[in-house]
Ligand binder design. Sequence first.
Ligand SMILES: Cc1cc2nc3c(=O)[nH]c(=O)nc-3n(C[C@H](O)[C@H](O)[C@H](O)COP(=O)(O)OP(=O)(O)OC[C@H]3O[C@@H](n4cnc5c(N)ncnc54)[C@H](O)[C@@H]3O)c2cc1C
Length: 404
Amino acid sequence: MNPPSSKPSLTGAPEYDVIIVGGGPVGLLLGCLLKQQGQRIRVLERRTEPITQSAAIGITPPSLQILDKLGLASAFIRSGVQVRDCFVHGQRGKLGCVSFREIPDERRFILSLPQAATIALLQKHLGQEFIESGCEVTYVRQQGGYCEVEGGGRRLTARFVVACDGSRSAVRSLLGMRAPGRSYDCHFVMGDFVDRSGLGDEAHLFFTAEGSVESFPMPGGLRRWVVQTDTRMDHPPPGLVSRLTRQRTGFSVAAADQLNESVFTPRKFNCDRYYDGRIIFCGDAAHGMSPIGGQGMNTGFADAEFLAEILTRSEPLELLAAYNRCRRRAVKAAIFRAEWGMWLGTWRGRGRSVLRDFILKYVFCRGPIARRMGAFYAMLTIPFNTLKRVPASRLRPRTLDSAS
Ligand SMILES: Cc1cc2nc3c(=O)[nH]c(=O)nc-3n(C[C@H](O)[C@H](O)[C@H](O)COP(=O)(O)OP(=O)(O)OC[C@H]3O[C@@H](n4cnc5c(N)ncnc54)[C@H](O)[C@@H]3O)c2cc1C
């Protein structure tokens, strides 16, 4: 398929079916799904270089099902590490294990793959000719049956614009869309290290009175360590992750083995509406949740799948209300889970740690709830997490609201 012409045509038919603002993982996945359906698309991305900041690594089974539609799941699986067990540690050692070995899905693991590798695979599949790099969108407007977008000194037109431009969405600000939410009062520093821990492909969560430590395997012989800190540390002292890891877990992680570092203070927000007429929000542009729990990108992937289905139907405007309802409900569930897990995991002090150990051991690692924890963390129990779980009745045009 040839890339469409970029000549502006303000009076004729729009040049594109869909312009996607933002070539992060969600925008690229949406582009791939729409291109597969023969839609004329363009992804506008302000970056010219690959991301260097380390972010998402966990890809859940529902996301792999979406990648299956593109024939991409095997390439992802070949590039990543399959995590089948997540061990939970308390004050006095191992409390139990959340296992993905019996989850109700054909892929019984969480795939660990750095976000930069996810982006690279999606970019390659989409084709560079559909992506305009170095194009920062500064203006979006809709009139009549189409939208105008300005970026990189050019004006383009499309039937729909999808904002996939991340949590600080410029499109959201241009439209004055509300994104109510707040930052949490807990802070983390994480680093990816050459892995000499001997933990193989296991994930480990350590909950101590001094703060939590999370540890995940990564491809290429690397391992991520995430430590909770007392305050936000924009400039952490050298070797902080390795020192706190050693103090809290006993694992000796050499500072010299650290390849990168990120600091984050989780926050949550959920847009009141995921669309305004023909301009639609998807991924982190629509919602944000604590990265603890690894759901943000996966939630965005599910948004993209839903939206791609709607935008390729004959009556997309009427179906945007269903997108809004179903995805906001799924996002609320994901935000609640991430928040709840982080709340329990970040308790500090001896008394609270003893209580947490008891809850984790007897409620989450043993007994009837324990058997469901794998499916829970694999995001198999989020409502409407893939289109397969959305009843067909919900995808019939029902509500003609402001989109029409
Ligand atoms: C520490 C950390 C760990 C995480 N771990 C996980 C995990 O394990 N699993 C998981 O599912 N999620 C995880 N997340 C969340 C995940 O990183 C995000 O949910 C994901 O990046 C969202 O993708 P996106 O494409 O919606 O937005 P982004 O990744 O933010 O991409 C937005 C893109 O839009 C571009 N852009 C912005 N403004 C403009 C503009 N005006 N014009 C053109 N382009 C623009 C940006 O350059 C960027 O490329 C983690 C996040 C953090 C911080």
